[in-house]
Design a protein around this ligand. Structure first.
Ligand SMILES: [Ca+2]
Ligand SMILES: [Ca+2]
Ligand SMILES: [Ca+2]
Ligand SMILES: [Ca+2]
Length: 295
């Protein structure tokens, strides 16, 4: 009864005033006047500077000036951060921005990380510093420094192990873990065998040369390419590497991980061609340059 009364009223009011949905409230409670808008959240003053973590390089590690220096830095802020900046400071104090690092993407505006591989270059040996600066959107700044030793002397003047461990090759391959497990070990050697990062073909002559240079194995390719399709499948690489027994023999403490030192000692045995327990410059310089100085 009430409903048809409202309907009637509506029909009546359409002609005079127009009728809309709000009229459903005709019988509803009288609304309170809406309260004045509540004040917004008090703006928080950000006084906390970002935190920086340097995963690579490790403090006090040693690198050849012609080798690869891997850099991996991460910064996080409590609110929002700008892109961090990374500098190289040489022993004279000269500061050069490292602009070739890749900025990794994060969904969060609080985080940034930069990775890449640089070559220090030049002929100045000594203590260098990697300086990382981070700043948030409220101009709070923080910085972290990591000292590294750089060797700029001629390779031929160095002993093998020093030169090998300063090549930076290991740091590019260990995914910041400090060791290579079997899988990473084989992948690292795949990248040695694959001279061209843009194609996945591995050239038979190069595999043969690798065999000669790492223990005088003859015609390694024909042994490795078991299905004779001219292509090195993953399983062929893994089986081929297993046949060479590098991982097994070089893992001296048998913990199924190869450290940088175990790797250096393992290669040293193969490269000491005249078996006098010294890897001299003639024995290692060309090979180190070819296989482990990848830049
Ligand atoms: Ca902050
Ligand atoms: Ca094959
Ligand atoms: Ca080991
Ligand atoms: Ca020797």
């Amino acid at each position: 009864m009430k409903k048809s009364y409202i309907l009637l009223l509506c029909i009546f009011s359409i002609t005079l005033l127009g009728c809309d949905k709000d009229d459903d409230n005709l019988t509803g409670p009288i609304p309170f006047p809406s309260p004045s808008p509540s004040p917004g959240p008090t703006p928080v003053v950000d006084v906390t500077a970002p935190q920086i973590q340097v995963y690579d390089p490790t403090a006090d590690d040693t690198f050849l000036s012609i080798g690869a220096l891997s850099v991996y830095v991460y910064a996080i802020d409590n609110v929002a951060i700008k892109d961090p900046k990374v500098f190289l400071i040489d022993p004279t104090g000269a500061r050069t921005p490292i602009s070739s690092l890749y900025l990794n993407t994060f969904e969060s505006s609080k985080e940034r990380s930069l990775t890449g591989v640089i070559k220090v270059g030049g002929n100045l040996s000594g203590l260098y510093t990697i300086l990382v600066e981070a700043e948030d959107l409220s101009q709070n700044k923080s910085q972290v420094t990591v000292p590294v030793n750089i060797i700029a002397e001629d390779l031929a003047s160095l002993d093998f192990k020093t030169a090998f461990m300063a090549s930076g090759w290991f740091e590019q391959s260990d995914w910041n873990t400090g060791y290579l497990d079997l899988e990473r070990f084989n992948i690292a050697f795949y990248w040695i065998l694959n001279q061209n990062a843009w194609d996945y073909n591995i050239h038979p002559e190069y595999v043969d040369k690798f065999g000669e240079d790492f223990g005088q194995h003859k015609q390694l390719w024909s042994k490795w390419d078991v299905n004779k399709n001219g292509y090195l499948e993953n399983s062929e690489l893994n089986n081929g590497m297993a046949d060479l027994k590098f991982f097994e023999l070089w893992d001296v403490n048998q913990d199924k991980m190869i450290t940088e030192e175990e790797l250096a000692d393992g290669v040293a045995i193969l490269w000491d061609v005249n078996k006098d327990n010294i890897v001299d410059a003639k024995e290692f310089v060309d090979k180190l340059t070819e296989y482990f100085l990848l830049l």
